[in-house]
Design a protein around this ligand. Structure first.
Ligand SMILES: Nc1nc2c(c(=O)[nH]1)N[C@H]1C(S)=C(S)[C@@H](COP(=O)(O)O)O[C@H]1N2
Ligand SMILES: [Mo]
Length: 327
């Protein structure tokens, strides 16, 4: 296998780093699909059918792309115990810079590609070692537990970061409600599988559907949230409507979007990115400035929008809440 030389982060002028991460992502993705270096070079040199699909259907809106049966639940009261000393990211910046591989391998066009993704009606199946197994309709799940707003930092493994207000409920609230038995050691979460609505899922060489997992202790940590909204309204589709995970001390790929199944299991599940590239994406994925990704440093991060570079913090700044889990 021949490799294209990737310039290191510090060799690239700051304004180009975004492009680099898109490029790395794409390369990674292709590598995982088993292309040789040569085939890869051909694909990267502007081969148009690499683009997801025809964009003649123009998107309706950047941020108003959501539905709910419970509009009265938004905005939810902010929980001031969880705020950070960082500027909030602009709503439109966050809504137009997304990782959602079901739709695109780029970040800047996901919001344009989600129009035919249907997020209502929606069901979430809860299964495995729990008392209250069953299929929960999203309209009911949204009302089942009190919603609250929390401002969290968010850090992608590609070294971009943002700070946004999420609306949702603590994962632990759901765990207490469904009553897992002592056999439940991990929680496995699965994204929808609807290739007619998410065209990249037609590419069978990727291990669809997207899967993620947490240990039961991680899921029970007070920071772990099941999120149904952002910026005081329901989640726009590109952010993972109608319900997603947010675990702010871990790299963003753990925060699985558009969940259809939550399973309480005995064995540690394998997660999507770990299946794709096991040497680069582990299960735990805690933010750590001292452990570089094999192809780039994690010492700093760039804030989307301003593109200011800041120091990465251990556990993304949430060590006081979670460090004890890893002793
Ligand atoms: N189903 C699914 N969930 C996903 C992803 C994905 O491609 N598919 N990408 C992950 C990654 S890598 C990141 S950084 C975040 C991005 O969330 P955002 O677009 O709301 O910022 O979603 C995560 N959840
Ligand atoms: Mo990410």
């Amino acid at each position: 296998m021949s490799y294209i030389r990737i310039p290191r982060g510090w060799e690239i002028p700051e304004k180009d780093v975004t492009d680099e991460s898109v490029y790395l992502d794409r390369r990674n993705f292709l590598k995982a699909m088993g292309y040789s270096g040569i085939g890869l070079a051909a694909l990267l040199s502007g081969c148009n059918d690499f683009l997801p699909f025809d964009r003649s259907e123009k998107p309706k809106t950047k941020i108003g792309n959501y539905t709910t049966a419970n509009p009265n639940l938004y905005p939810a009261a902010r929980n001031d115990a969880y705020t950070v000393r960082r500027a909030l990211t602009q709503e439109e910046t966050a809504a137009t810079y997304n990782n959602f591989y079901e739709f695109s391998t780029s970040k800047d066009d996901v919001w344009e590609l989600v129009d035919r993704f249907e997020t209502r009606p929606w069901e979430v199946e809860i299964s495995g070692y729990v008392k209250r197994k069953g299929v929960y309709d999203m309209d009911r799940l949204e009302r089942l537990f009190p919603l609250e707003e929390r401002i969290y930092r968010f850090r992608c493994v590609e070294a971009w970061a943002m700070t946004v207000p999420w609306t949702g409920f603590p994962f632990k609230t759901l765990i207490d409600y469904v009553e897992p038995s002592s056999s439940a050691k991990y929680v496995k979460m699965v994204t929808f599988l609807k290739p007619e609505e998410a065209p990249r899922q037609k590419r069978k060489r990727l291990p669809w559907p997207y899967v993620e997992g947490l240990s039961i202790d991680e899921a029970y940590n007070e920071l772990a949230m099941l999120v149904t909204g952002i910026y005081g309204h329901p989640l726009p589709k590109q952010h993972g409507a109608p319900i997603r995970l947010i675990v702010p001390w871990k790299y963003g790929y753990k925060s699985i979007k558009s969940i259809v199944k939550i399973e309480f299991v005995k064995e540690r599940p394998r997660n999507f990115w770990n299946i794709m590239v096991p040497s680069e994406y582990d299960f735990t994925a805690n933010v750590n400035p001292r452990v570089p990704h094999p192809r780039w440093s994690q010492a700093t991060e760039r804030i989307i929008g301003s593109w200011k570079r800041l120091k990465t913090r251990p556990f993304n700044g949430y060590g006081e809440y979670v460090a004890h889990l890893y002793k």
